[in-house]
Design a protein around this ligand. Structure first.
Ligand code: ATP
Ligand code: MG
Length: 259
């Protein structure tokens, strides 16, 4: 019997509001739709991925918060979503406080990695949604991951902070996780009618070259509406431009992780 171990992808950018959560939820959804077993780990105390999937993050008693404190096993907090092959490890706002407690732990950098190892055989992909910071949580995500995906919003200051992020990635790679790879950079909220969007995308392509995914994610109101209905855009309006783009993007991710 061949045991397949999950490919772990951390979606990260310390810049806020660039589309990390939207990309995490929709990538997870379309990977699952394509018959992959997927776990989405909500690793941001804001809990936007959890609420975007219809969970009430203030009412949860079992979440990533307890896992990071060592009080619960990851398998005990995972919930099924209403979509086939798509599970979620939700979070609560208290995850922010956990970070302070973790600081004193001896194994503070590998808590997430160890937790994910317990379910690696149950999934094809594990997607981690990160907070907008280069915090201990984010470093845990990078250490646990095989790949990073960097969403970049095609707006002013798109590449602000990117050098610092790449430095952190290089440090993690050197010290803790030599096989960590940048899977790619995805341009989000792209509006081909504005010259700013077009210019910024050109700048991002110049900087990251073929690391930039072919698929760009358009600015699309259906994408922004879907979380308030507790579903990914593919389930909310599968014919929308946003849903089509995320479906394409998921295919590209499958392609790149096959190599
Ligand atoms: P944070 O850093 O706070 O975690 P984030 O990087 O996870 O933010 P999102 O929450 O995914 O970013 O997106 C920020 C906002 O932009 C949200 O309101 C989201 O609905 C909206 N948004 C994201 N992608 C799109 C899109 N393609 N079209 C329209 N709106 C979008
Ligand atoms: Mg987010």
């Amino acid at each position: 019997m061949v045991i397949i171990m999950a490919k772990v992808i951390c979606i990260t950018n310390q810049k806020g509001g660039v589309g990390k959560t939207t990309t995490s939820v929709n990538l997870a959804y379309f990977l699952a739709k394509d018959k992959n077993r997927v776990l989405l780990v909500d690793f941001d105390p804001q809990g936007n991925a959890s609420s975007g999937l219809g969970l009430d993050k203030t009412a949860l008693e079992a979440s990533m918060t307890e896992v990071m404190l060592g009080a619960m096993a990851l398998t005990d907090i995972i919930q099924q979503t209403s979509f086939k092959n798509f599970d979620v490890a939700p979070t609560t706002p208290q995850l922010a406080n956990v970070e302070v407690e973790m600081a004193a732990m001896k194994n503070k950098f590998i808590v997430l990695k160890k937790a994910l190892a317990t379910v690696a055989e149950d999934y094809d992909y594990i997607i981690i949604d990160s907070p907008p910071s280069l915090s201990l949580l984010t470093v845990n995500g990078m250490i646990a991951a095989d790949y990073l995906i960097l969403p970049v919003q095609t707006e002013f200051y798109a590449l602000e902070g990117v050098a610092q992020l790449l430095e952190s990635m290089a440090m993690v790679k050197k010290a803790m996780n030599p096989q960590l790879k940048l899977l790619g950079v995805v341009a989000t909220m792209y509006d081909k009618r504005t010259s700013l969007s077009v210019e910024v995308l050109a700048e991002v392509r110049k900087y990251f070259k073929d690391k930039v995914f072919q698929t760009t994610i358009p600015r699309n109101v259906r994408v922004a509406e879907a979380p308030s209905h507790g579903v990914p855009v593919g389930a909310y309006d599968k014919f929308s431009k946003g849903a089509k783009a995320y479906k394409e993007f998921a295919r590209e991710v499958e392609e790149r992780t096959r190599k």
